[in-house]
Design a protein around this ligand. Sequence first.
Ligand code: NAP
Length: 272
Amino acid sequence: MSRSSISKTMQQVARSSSTIKCKRLEGKVAIVTASTEGIGFGIAKRLAEEGAKVMISSRKETNVKRAVEQLKSEGLNICGTICHVGKSEDRKNLFEKTKQEFGGLDILVSNAGINPVLTTFFETSEKVWDQIFNINVKSAFLLIQESLPLLRESKSPSIIIISSIAGYMSFPLLGAYCVSKTALLGLNQIAAATLAPEGIRVNCIAPGVIKTKLSQIVHESELGDKMLSQIPMQRFGETDDIAKVAAFLASDDASYITGETIVATGGIRSRL
Ligand code: NAP
């Protein structure tokens, strides 16, 4: 079998397996940040397909409206609101609206992550460093902290942080982004250890290259072929590849898992 036909077969397997759905999240309420497109949208859709009521959000009202309409048209229990994760008022509103619409919270997925420029590490400006750390790290910490009053009321609370394979490996033009994603691995450890005695599980997902706007520069440029050759499964990831992992971690199937990071990269190694 040629390399391209193996890759096609694998893509078909990835797509067809996404039609197998169970209802293990029925009765749960989830918040997914940055969820009107990309990985966040995929996670929100999957959690709702598995029975959760999901609050989606992002910065732009038009994006929230479009995503809510799309998911509702598929019969999913979805609500949406504006939330720029770097704005404290928006985060406050996100939790209040979730409580108001769905009565509580069981699952927080902290997904927002940015990389505004491609630059060599020591050319990174202080402004860009602060932007990346504010959104990728500080707002993840604040979201977790601010979600606790609601999660403490839940019977099976769970938090999922979206890091990246870039947290384990250095990508030369994504230096500050890589450091921010490594910081999230640390945030996962300390948050999980702190919250374990209360029964709040905290886990992390480290995606490889997933086909979204954020990674367009990689998967749609000449860099793409080079990158693809380093992926043992010979394909870029789909958002549903990450959504399935999130649904598992959020579910009671993962009831004894906390402080863990699941690396979903098509085989790119993160450790020995
Ligand atoms: P993406 O395609 O850039 O995500 C876009 C979504 O994020 C949109 O819904 C956008 O809506 C929202 N958004 C952007 N900035 C926001 C902010 N400050 N507050 C709230 N929402 C915001 O990104 P993605 O590829 O799906 O990545 C999602 C997460 O996975 C990130 O943490 C990323 O680092 C991580 N990740 C991605 C890859 C990959 O290959 N794609 C690999 C590893 C890890 P608005 O414009 O309306 O705000």
